[in-house]
Design a protein around this ligand. Structure first.
Ligand SMILES: Nc1ncnc2c1ncn2[C@@H]1O[C@H](COP(=O)(O)OP(=O)(O)OP(=O)(O)O)[C@@H](O)[C@H]1O
Ligand SMILES: [Mg+2]
Length: 359
């Protein structure tokens, strides 16, 4: 088998009871039931989907994909899409409800030790570093835990500290590290055992721009060394820049999986228009009726500024553009701002999911 990571119809359900056992949430549930039809509208965007009264939260809903050695595979999706849950299952930290996952051919459920020996993971918001130990002591502790051969420990630790630019602060206690330094130490720890597979959950979160750039360069170096890298991110540019292939995940399902170029070419030949229109009465409908080839991506009201923001693609050439401006004039709309550009991954994402990544 040549895939370094593979997931086959991977699923994870969480029992809803865990989140609904206290008195307050029971009262909320009873009240929602009494209100009947209003329930759906009252659900927040972050609330689990589907049948809200079912006993489970479906966090990951049958995802399948493979990551090859030397490949960076990006997992892109909004909050609550199921990215971390997928990574935790691959990292053997969470048992799948169904489906299978393999790290270098080792089943994460049947042979977790073998799988774990071949992967390094950095999880978002990981608190498992020892704050009262120095960076170096943390690495010494984990080197023992990961069975790094004794005669190699010192050399490996020096190498990863150097690589993560922590060498000069290695002997300070971790509680004195900044967020970015702790993040880099987590990555140093993930690299200790020299694993062929790296699972990185939002690796640039909390890093300053320079540190984030260094980390992106490091990811590309690690890829060149032939490692398989699965990374999650909210940042489109990051996914676009680093990934050989991207899976767009939403509500626990992969809704698109392709190279960044192929994803963008879904909107190829089209130009993306963004118009900001004064007042809240403007609507895309008035325009689509008059402009063939116009495809609305997003329509957003800014109540505070009392403006409408329309984002849409337009196929055709000059003639369609002329029709667009005629329709704007005919609809009595006053355009405050506009831009025209090539489609980005963000536009593809919005056109697939109906919302932005950070909504
Ligand atoms: N331990 C848990 N118990 C119950 N529900 C959980 C648990 N962990 C995650 N969930 C739910 O599973 C869904 C997916 O969460 P997950 O953390 O995988 O999303 P994510 O894509 O990583 O989001 P983010 O971008 O915010 O990190 C969410 O609805 C979340 O509330
Ligand atoms: Mg997450």
């Amino acid at each position: 088998m040549d895939a370094a990571v593979s997931a086959v119809e991977l699923r994870k359900h969480f029992p809803r009871k865990q989140v609904g056992q206290n008195l307050l949430s029971r009262w909320f549930r009873r009240r929602r039931t009494e209100q009947g039809a209003g329930v759906a509208a009252a659900e927040t965007a972050d609330a689990p989907r589907g049948d809200t009264d079912s006993d489970v939260i479906v966090a990951v809903d049958g995802v399948s994909f493979e990551v090859k050695p030397g490949e960076v595979f990006g997992f892109l999706g909004p909050n609550g899409a199921g990215k971390t849950t997928t990574i935790r299952m691959l990292a053997t930290l969470l048992e799948p409800s169904s489906g299978q996952a393999f790290i270098c051919g080792h089943d994460v459920t049947a042979s977790p030790t073998e799988a774990r020996q071949r992967l390094g993971a950095v999880l978002a918001g990981d608190r498992s570093l020892y704050w009262k130990l120095s960076g170096r002591e943390n690495l010494e502790f984990f080197a023992t835990l990961y069975h790094v051969p004794r005669h190699e420990v010192k050399k490996r630790i020096d190498t990863v500290l150097e690589r993560m630019q922590l060498a000069d602060r290695a002997d300070e206690m971790v509680e004195r590290y900044s967020t970015g330094m702790k993040q880099r130490l987590s990555l140093a720890r993930a690299l200790l055992a020299d694993p062929p597979v790296l699972l990185l959950d939002e690796p640039t979160l909390g890093l300053d721009p320079q540190a984030a750039r260094n980390l992106r360069e490091l990811v590309l170096e690690l890829k060149k060394e032939g490692r398989a890298i699965l990374l999650t991110t909210h940042y489109m540019e990051e996914a676009d820049l680093l990934s050989d292939r991207i899976a767009i995940i939403d509500h626990g399902k992969i809704i698109a999986l392709d190279t960044p170029e192929a994803l963008k070419s879904r909107l190829a030949g089209e130009r993306v228009f963004r118009l900001e229109i004064a007042g809240l009465n403007g609507s895309a409908d008035a325009l689509t009726a008059r402009v063939p080839g116009m495809n609305v991506i997003e329509q957003r009201r800014d109540e505070e500024a009392r403006t409408m923001h329309l984002t849409f693609t337009l196929a055709g050439g000059e003639a369609d553009t002329a029709r667009l401006w005629q329709a704007v004039a005919a609809g009595g709309m006053s355009v405050l701002n506009y831009s025209v550009k090539e489609p980005t991954l963000e536009d593809v994402f919005i056109s697939l999911t109906g919302r932005g990544l950070r909504d």
